[in-house]
Design a protein around this ligand. Structure first.
Ligand SMILES: Nc1nc2c(c(=O)[nH]1)N[C@H]1C(S)=C(S)[C@@H](COP(=O)(O)OP(=O)(O)OC[C@H]3O[C@@H](n4cnc5c(N)ncnc54)[C@H](O)[C@@H]3O)O[C@H]1N2
Ligand code: MOO
Ligand SMILES: [Mg+2]
Length: 422
């Protein structure tokens, strides 16, 4: 008798996976290597930015009250006592009707409270020294970039779990972080299973196909931010699969296999999980593709039996593996982000299971349009190359029409979502 499996709803399957206890670790990494990683602790401002009042222009620093009477008909002259560029500080005490020639970024002389741009002053030198004349008044605070105007001390600037982008790196550098505490990336092992599989350099033979899934998965693992570890391909031989899976599982945080999880004579993963004594969370989900996706826990390792069918394998990864990787990396938004989009063409075929249609999105004026990509069977590999979103069509008997609003899960974005499931 073929084993009868009971499908569970997608959201329940995701919840079961998310409930598995995971361990989060941090590590110190050089600033030049943290792009794309996630912060393992809040980034707090250790000093104000800028750290001192400074000039935002090349100009003259003055005491503003000296300029009050200045007009076109009553120009006022200042003695220029020093010139300072960014990085230098004024060495003299500025007296009434004195000015300091100051460049952008240089610290304000203590006594001064306004900056006159070079263009608004007439500078000259004679035997008595250097001078400049202005023909209008400047209020106190004119053209000053104040200490702390960008960032005040002790503000939490970026929360733990944020993915580090170039802007984050600028901020980290501002506060002198040479090494940054980031979330340790989990290592995710990958095995292909299937006696039909050829490797990349092999020529086609009757009945055989090249293994595409594991190479795709290695890239999906990287896209999710984890470290892929490729263990190779296994033929459909039970003892070998059992030994190899057992050995590999103890070396990684998660182990993915593709193929061999359905009910066929050579689908060996269910028996591997049984012999290991792994606890199987589910082995059938009410979704297409990827209904056979199986997840088991063995010791501290999550074992994913992803489908051998390429599209099913791809979807299974994004729905069930990605959020765990992101969670291990402290991401508070570990799931694929969900948006509403307008269907750009009819999707007539109904299905009782929730469908994740490999799709492409287009931003048109104020709307997102979504269209399925070509051949959309579970076995399809061609449609994956152009996939940047999954259209989520709830199970039921009806098809969907052009113009319908549908849910879409976005794949090509760093920013995730909280819980996209109803
Ligand atoms: N009687 C039933 N048959 C099947 C059922 C079922 O419920 N009852 N489920 C079907 C569904 S749905 C799927 S999906 C597949 C899942 O099959 P498996 O996960 O067991 O995978 P395999 O049988 O090993 O292979 C399926 C298919 O994928 C190709 N494959 C496998 N590995 C790779 C790889 N690394 N790269 C590219 N392609 C791969 C393999 O050659 C097969 O064509 O089962 C249905 N059957
Ligand atoms: O697991 Mo299958 O992919 O639903 O066609
Ligand atoms: Mg099979």
């Amino acid at each position: 008798m073929v084993e009868k499996r009971t499908p569970i709803p997608v959201h329940e399957a995701v919840r079961k996976v998310m409930n598995v206890p995971i361990k989060q670790h941090g590590e110190d990494v050089h600033l030049h290597e943290v792009y794309g990683r996630t912060l393992a602790e809040d980034l707090v401002a250790t000093h104000p930015v800028p750290p001192f009042d400074r000039s935002p222009y090349d100009g003259f620093a003055i005491i503003s009250s000296d300029s009050t009477e200045a007009t076109r008909d009553n120009p006022i002259t200042f003695e220029v006592i020093e010139t300072i560029g960014a990085g230098s500080v004024c060495s003299k005490k500025v007296q009434s009707h004195q000015a300091v020639r100051i460049m952008t970024g240089a610290q304000m002389p203590e006594e001064c409270d306004a900056i006159v741009m070079l263009e608004l002053a007439q500078a000259y030198t004679n035997e008595k020294g250097s001078f400049m004349t202005i023909k209008r008044s400047f209020p106190s605070g004119h053209n000053i970039s104040y200490k702390g105007e960008d960032v005040t001390e002790r503000t939490v600037l970026i929360e733990k779990g944020t993915r580090i982008n170039p802007g984050t790196i600028a901020l980290l550098a501002t506060f002198g972080y040479e090494r940054v505490k980031v979330a340790k990336r989990p290592t995710v092992g990958v095995f292909a299973t299937g006696s039909e599989l050829l490797e990349l350099g092999d020529s086609l033979e009757p009945g055989k196909i090249r293994n595409s899934n594991t190479h795709m998965l290695l890239a999906q693992i990287e896209r999710a931010g984890a470290v892929p570890h490729y263990f190779g391909s296994l033929p459909d031989e039970f003892e070998l699969c059992f030994e190899q899976v057992k050995r590999a599982a103890s070396q990684v945080d998660m182990l993915l296999t593709t193929g061999g999880v359905s009910v066929g004579d050579f689908d060996l993963l269910p028996d591997v999980y049984e012999k290991l004594g792994a606890s199987v969370l589910f082995n059938k989900i009410a979704m297409r593709p990827g209904s056979v996706t199986t997840v088991a826990v063995w010791e501290d390792t999550l074992l994913y039996g992803l489908s051998g069918n390429p599209s099913a394998c791809y979807v299974g990864f994004e729905l069930f593996v990605r959020p765990i990787i992101r969670t291990i990396m402290n991401d508070p938004l570990p799931h694929l982000p969900k948006v509403k989009a307008t269907l750009a063409e009819d999707v007539p075929k109904a299905n009782p299971f929730t469908r994740f249609v490999r799709s492409t999105i287009q931003y048109q004026r104020d709307q997102i349009h979504v269209a399925p990509i070509g051949f959309n069977k579970s076995s399809a590999v061609s449609s994956l190359a152009k996939t940047d979103a999954f259209m989520v069509l709830p199970g039921g008997t009806r098809g969907f029409k052009t113009g319908d609003k549908v849910d879409v899960l976005l794949l090509e974005t760093d920013r995730g979502s909280e819980w996209p499931w109803a």
